[in-house]
Design a protein around this ligand. Sequence first.
Ligand code: BES
Ligand code: MN
Ligand code: ZN
Length: 496
Amino acid sequence: MDIRFVTGGGGDVVAVMAGEGGQLLPAAQALDAATGGRISKAMKAIRFTGGLGWAIDVLAPEGVDFSRVLVIGIGKPESADGMTVERWAGHAIRRTLTSGAEKLVLQPDALPGVSKSEAGAHAALGARLAAYRFDGYRTKMKPEQKPSLTAVEIALEGPAAARARAEKDAAIVEGVYFARDLVSEPANVLYPATFAERLRDLETLGVEVEVLEPETLEKLGMGALLGVAQGSANPARLVTMNWSGARVKGRPVALVGKGVTFDTGGISIKPAAGMEEMKGDMGGAAAVAGAMRAIAQRKAKANVVGIVALVENMPGANAQRPGDIVHTMSGQTIEVLNTDAEGRLILADAVWYAQDKFSPTAVIDLATLTGAVIVALGHEHAGLFSNDEELANAIEAAGKAEGEPVWRLPLGPGYDKMIDSPNADMKNISGKPAAGSIVGAQFVKRFIKDGTPWAHIDIAGTAWKPGPYEDPLSPAWATGYGVRLLNRLIASKYEE
Ligand code: BES
Ligand code: MN
Ligand code: ZN
């Protein structure tokens, strides 16, 4: 789908804005006048509220160069921001992508908090994110199931500024698409070796990619990571993606991702119903990979290293057993009481490796770590845990601005105690149903060195959605959650 910025012209469909209460914004007003009031009439006929996503369709109106006028609500104009415009454009795409129309014209207006050229750029970003599909494996789609839209034109008087910004935002789109594709891929296609192979592509953007194989992980002493992997015929990988974009070489920020390409639970096996969703248990690694892609593509002036731990958690003949005790790279030992609490085991070695090898200024890990975070926060917020106020605040702000919100949850010694073990330095579950997400975070924290700013983002509820897909910017099952947040965090806190 082609996105162009234009100053005028026609098309199959035009989308314009209306505010809550049904007031037409300037572009809609102009069309209303040109069609002899057809739009206001249609609005009354269906009790159009103008709430975000509400739409009226005026078909085959006379007096304009379009066969369909789509009026889409944006809610209260005074509280609209860039994300509102993205969602507005997303709704327009959703209603036209497979409609038979080939060309959609978006006519965004300036809003109290969004200039016209910002609105144009956000419209472009929203349109592209909303046009995502994962249908490469569908060989028998009927014509009406296939996208018909080939071009989106964004009408603005002086399009240069919006065009420049949209070119920058292309990095975000590529990063989010990359992450969504990785999360959506089935586990027979995407397993540690093939995941690592896909990350090699980042070399073309100037990212230094290193793939560590099991013999090396063994030498490094990563017994926790290898313990999870040992039940699978698909051996583990640990991949580092190094982007040195700052003018001076220096300590990087480390982004660490949980990459369980499939989580059966291992010997502590999961119930059959819904297990297919566990192909997405590498959503943290996908977010890190997507963010690295965005950061490199826009040539961010920052030093960032992405590290993903890739394993498949299977109950094979050599699988680890409940009660096994493993040695981590940090030297600490773990009693594995539940093989389904595997994410924290691989993160233990991955975050330690990150600190040992790169001496990062901060460690931020993303993981689909606990079902409990869905109980707490549903699919609206990811769970944030941090030992550093400044870092936590920056993550909160980045998530809010990019439509990937987080909600902070506490840490504390009382929770930490819950994973003490009589048989090893710690156990990997508390054995109690209380505070499951916090306990997972406390476990990871045991592998963070004193003085290292660290944040853990539990994205079990946000890496994919149970559907129906209400967010127009995320039309498929995989959301790509985390890419935009991390990219913005780097831009706002770590870039020169
Ligand atoms: N990958 C799961 C967490 C998960 C659950 C992600 C649902 C997305 C949706 C994780 O490895 C896991 O199994 N966690 C256990 C931890 C428990 C054994 C302490 C869980 O949440 O039940
Ligand atoms: Mn698990
Ligand atoms: Zn898992």
